[in-house]
Structures are given as C-alpha cells and as structure tokens.
Design a protein around this ligand. Structure first.
Ligand code: GLY
Length: 356
C-alpha cells in the first residue's frame, strides 16, 4: 500500500492508495474506533455498489455505523440538503465524537466535509473518493463547501479530513467517459510539477485500457499533498493547482454545469493556458506543440460553438480573481508553472479561439 502524507502539523493525515483498499478500511481505522457513531454519507447508487458492503464489514468489526444518502448532482450541495443532513444526524443522536465517512465523488466529499466542519463546531471525517477527479484532487486538501443562489462553493471551509482512502478498482464500475475526463487532471499535475510524469502519462493515453491508474493516482496525490502541505490556504503555491481552471470553469459556466465534464473543460483550459504561456514568451514553441498534442490524445468531446467574448464575464467573476486581479497560471516549461497578472483580455480572447 502506498501511503502519502499531507504534512500540516496537528492537522496532518495520510492518503492511502491501493487496489482493493476499501475492504481494508475497518482494520486501518480500528485504533480510531472508540465506540463512537460512524456515519457514511453517500448516494443511493454508491451505497448499493460499495456502501452497504463497507457498512457490513464495519459492523462485523464492531463499529456502530449508520448512513445518510444525498441526491446525485449539485443538489447535494444546497443549503436545504445541508439542513436535512444535520437534522438527520441529530435524529440519529450523533454527537461531537461522531465520525463521518464521505463515500462519493467531489460533490459528496464537499458536502459531507462541510457538514463535518460545522456539525457541533467540527467533527472528524474521512474521504473515500469514488471518481478519478475526487481521487486525485477534491478529496485532498480540505476544501469543503456548498452552493448558494449567487454561486458555487460560496459558503465553505478549509477543513482537513483525518485520512483519505483511494481504491482505484472503484473506477472499474464507472462509465469510461467519466474516468477519461479525470485523466486531464492527472496530466495537469505533470504539466505543473513533473515533466517526466507528464510525458509518461501522455504516452499511456495511446492505450487507455492499459492505463496504470494506481501509480498515476499515487503520483498525482503526492504532488497535491506536497503543494497543500506548503500552502494550505491558497496564498500562493496552491494557486498552481488551478492551471487550466480559469478558462475551464468559464467553459463550464457558459455551457451549463453538467453539460461539459469538469475534467474535459480543464483539458481545453490547459490548451488555452499553454498557448498564452507561449505568447508571453515563456513556453517554447516546440514545447507548446508537444503539450497541446499530448492533451489532444485524450478523447475530448467536440466543443459546441461559442463566442469567447461571452466567456469573459465568467473569468472576471471567478473566485480566483482577487481584488479585480486575475492570477493566471502559466507554464514556464512543461513541469514548471507560475502565476502571472499580465494576461490581458485580448490574450484571453485569442487563447479561446484556439479551442473553438
Ligand atoms: N482543487 C484545487 C485545490 O484543491 O486547491
């Protein structure tokens, strides 16, 4: 089993990565079972696939465990759902010792993590991610939150889990397109921090059926853990994780959430950001060409026609824009990223023409 540590002094925690890991959870957690109530927060479908089995194994090992389900999609991150989960936990007689197991993708992890951050002023929780995106990104680093009418994730907290359990075999039960969309985030880690990993990942894209998920996920988690350990609250270094996300989020907001997968939008966003890096004289022309060709090895969906001008307001309103200043993530070279404030509207507009 690969164990990667997020080093945050008293809030440090391990990320375990191993095929078949879900079955090991009761024994790994046994020293943390002090007769408290454990609550699995998940979705119906995921409970049927993995949750009930996990619950049975925990019960057999002597844990007191119950579960709460949330709807699929962003509805799970509404204030109404937040209220409902909290009320259900009170009804179940949960208290300050209760521990949450968040079993799901990013939406479940964000919602359950936010419940953990606020229930009785904060209780322990663990992440058990079930999508590739959650395995390499959202389950690590403690970003939790819910949505309000004015925007996504506008209410939330940075609240670290006590551990993350990543079982790559879970991916076998997912639709292939969903897994493929997460591969863009794996390429992102190589692009910003590890050129060798970027190139190896891109070679593997030629035969996705033989993709080495366990190793690639572990390396991605290592990169994310190193960054979060140095900059938990996104004062600087952690911003690099937003590579490809400025234009990616704008594409998602323009086309409508759920109309384009997050990972696919980020992959297109990375191509635009790579182009901007080249135009700023940072990324060499040949490297940009290699970079773009590598990303285009992903079977990305063709984007519907869009007018780049209509994406600009989404970029300006993004949470990454601080005091009106866009901190845009660029590449100095493949494997090395930085932020710049020099990206003009004209550059942004032209970079989107590349992906139209
Ligand atoms: N998803 C980016 C971060 O966790 O900072």
């Amino acid at each position: 089993m690969k164990t990667i540590n997020v080093n945050l002094e008293k809030r440090s925690y391990p990320i375990y990565v191993e095929n078949g890991l879900i079955k090991e959870i009761p024994s790994i957690l046994k020293d943390h079972n002090k007769d408290q109530k454990w609550i699995i927060i998940s979705q119906h479908r995921l409970m049927e696939f993995f949750g009930f089995e996990l619950m049975n194994q925990l019960k057999q090992a002597g844990y007191s465990v119950d579960y709460i389900t949330v709807p699929t999609g962003e509805t799970a991150k509404s204030i109404l759902e937040f209220n409902r989960i909290i009320s259900q936990m009170i009804e179940m007689k949960c208290d300050r010792s209760t521990t949450i197991l968040a079993l799901g993708g990013g939406v479940v992890g964000d919602a359950a993590g936010f419940v953990a951050s606020s229930f009785m002023r904060g209780i322990d929780y663990y992440q058990i991610p079930t999508t590739l995106l959650a395995m390499v990104d959202s389950s690590i680093g403690g970003k939790t939150g819910i949505n309000i009418a004015e925007g996504k994730n506008l209410v939330g907290a940075i609240y670290q889990p006590k551990g993350v359990f990543v079982d790559p075999t879970i991916l076998e039960s997912l639709p292939k397109e969903e897994v493929v969309s997460g591969l863009g985030e794996i390429l992102k880690y190589g692009a910003i921090k590890d050129a060798t990993f970027f190139s190896a990942t891109s070679q593997h894209l030629e035969n996705i059926d033989a993709f080495p998920f366990e190793d690639a996920i572990a390396r991605s988690c290592e990169i994310k853990a190193t960054i979060v350990s140095q900059d938990e609250r996104e004062g600087g270094l952690r911003r690099l994780l937003n590579f490809g996300h400025t234009i990616g989020h704008a594409l998602e907001a323009h086309f409508g959430y759920g109309q384009i997968r997050h990972g696919d939008a980020v992959s297109y966003g990375m191509i635009s950001a790579g182009w901007i890096s080249k135009e700023l004289g940072l990324l060499k022309k040949d490297d940009y060409k290699t970079f773009k060709q590598s990303i285009l090895r992903l079977p990305l969906p063709i984007l519907n026609k869009f007018d780049p001008v209509s994406l600009l307001p989404f970029i300006k309103n993004d949470k990454k824009t601080i005091s009106g200043q866009l901190h845009f993530v660029i590449l100095n070279q493949i494997g090395s990223a930085d932020t710049t404030e020099k990206v003009t509207d004209e550059l942004l507009l032209n970079s989107m023409k590349i992906i139209q």
